[in-house]
Design a protein around this ligand. Structure first.
Ligand code: XMP
Length: 316
């Protein structure tokens, strides 16, 4: 604990020194990293604007939850709602890297439009993000994926010395410890990680409103079940991803021809490797039962038993 307290002071001092009297903006997503970042900046007492871009690729009721959480912590945030713009921009695109790049670029455009002419940008980049992005740049053979916070525009800003990344030396568990020492409520710190491009990376192929809605409903049922059964805090991450392949089934007296949904729950230390979780069958059974009965468009539920590597945690 002593280390993290020292570290907090060091980071806060560093922020004050680097920022000076400039205005710094940061994006908040509701995730642990950007929340800790925003609270750190608030704590440092610098001139900060925290902006929440709701790209419509969030989980069920997530926007509302994020606003409530920040309200609860007394940290003001501004919301930009642009779900429609993202859907239009993604229309018809099915290539994973192109989808990431569309989302990343539009995110930065929207964010930067909202920001206007702020003098600095703060990002909640962690150590593993730094490593993965670096290996992307170095080796064509091991192009993992383009992290949305490392797209070209950000690199330009970085070159101008306008990007502040106070968490760049930390692993996830250290960020959580920092969050505790900042007084951030445990339920916020214990939220599962969620990728910047949101549900788009859990929706292989084209992204549509219908697909997103299905993923959201299934995901909410699964996560709710994990929370009720006391498993949410035992896993690193869990989600429902769409398998946009139609198979034949029977619903009521009718033949159905619908998509499948895949449930994934993993444990991990730092997201570099991961193992799938041996969830109790009762959780899988109840989740499957509810999805098959409540979610239109799904007639098959699968459980993902793939380790990382070779699979990744997300689907794209
Ligand atoms: P993968 O799928 O690469 O995911 O095994 C590793 C961890 O990173 C999260 N992830 C992202 N986080 N922006 C983020 O901020 C992204 O573009 C992104 N892609 C994946 C993923 O949820 C997992 O925790």
């Amino acid at each position: 604990a002593f280390r993290i307290e020292d570290f907090k002071r060091e980071i806060v001092d560093g922020i004050r020194e680097t920022v000076g009297d400039r205005q710094v903006v940061c994006g908040v997503s509701g995730g642990v990293d950007s929340t800790v970042l925003a609270v750190l900046l608030h704590e440092a007492g610098v001139n900060v604007r925290a902006i929440f871009v709701d790209h419509g690729l969030m989980r069920k009721d997530e926007g509302e939850e994020v606003r409530n959480n920040f309200h609860r912590m007394g940290v003001p945030i501004e919301t930009v709602d642009c779900a429609e713009r993202f859907l239009v921009a993604l229309d018809g695109e099915d290539d994973p890297e192109k989808k990431r790049s569309i989302i990343g670029n539009l995110f930065i455009d929207v964010f930067w439009d909202a920001v206007g002419d702020a003098e600095m940008l703060a990002q909640g980049t962690l150590y593993p993000d730094v490593i993965e992005s670096a290996s992307n740049a170095k080796s064509k053979a091991s192009v993992i994926k383009t992290h949305h916070n490392r797209v070209a525009r950000i690199l330009e800003l970085q070159a101008e010395g306008k990007v502040l990344e106070p968490l760049a030396e930390l692993f996830k568990d250290e960020v959580r410890a920092l969050g505790i020492s900042l007084g951030i409520p445990a339920d916020i710190l214990n939220r599962h990680p969620f990728p910047g491009p949101g549900l788009a990376v859990r929706c292989p192929g084209v992204v549509t409103q219908e697909r997103l809605d299905i993923i959201r409903e299934c995901d909410a049922i699964f996560i709710n079940q994990l929370k009720e059964q006391g498993w949410y805090d035992k896993v690193w991450q869990a989600y429902a991803g769409l398998v946009p392949v139609k198979t034949v089934g029977v619903k009521g007296d009718e033949r159905s021809y619908e998509w499948a949904i895949s449930l994934r729950a993993v444990i991990s230390e730092d997201a570099m490797t991961a193992d799938w979780v041996e969830l109790p069958y009762s959780i899988l059974r109840e989740t499957s039962h509810r999805i098959l009965n409540e979610v239109k468009g799904i007639n098959r539920v699968l459980y993902d038993v793939s380790t990382k590597p070779p699979a990744s945690i997300e689907w794209e």
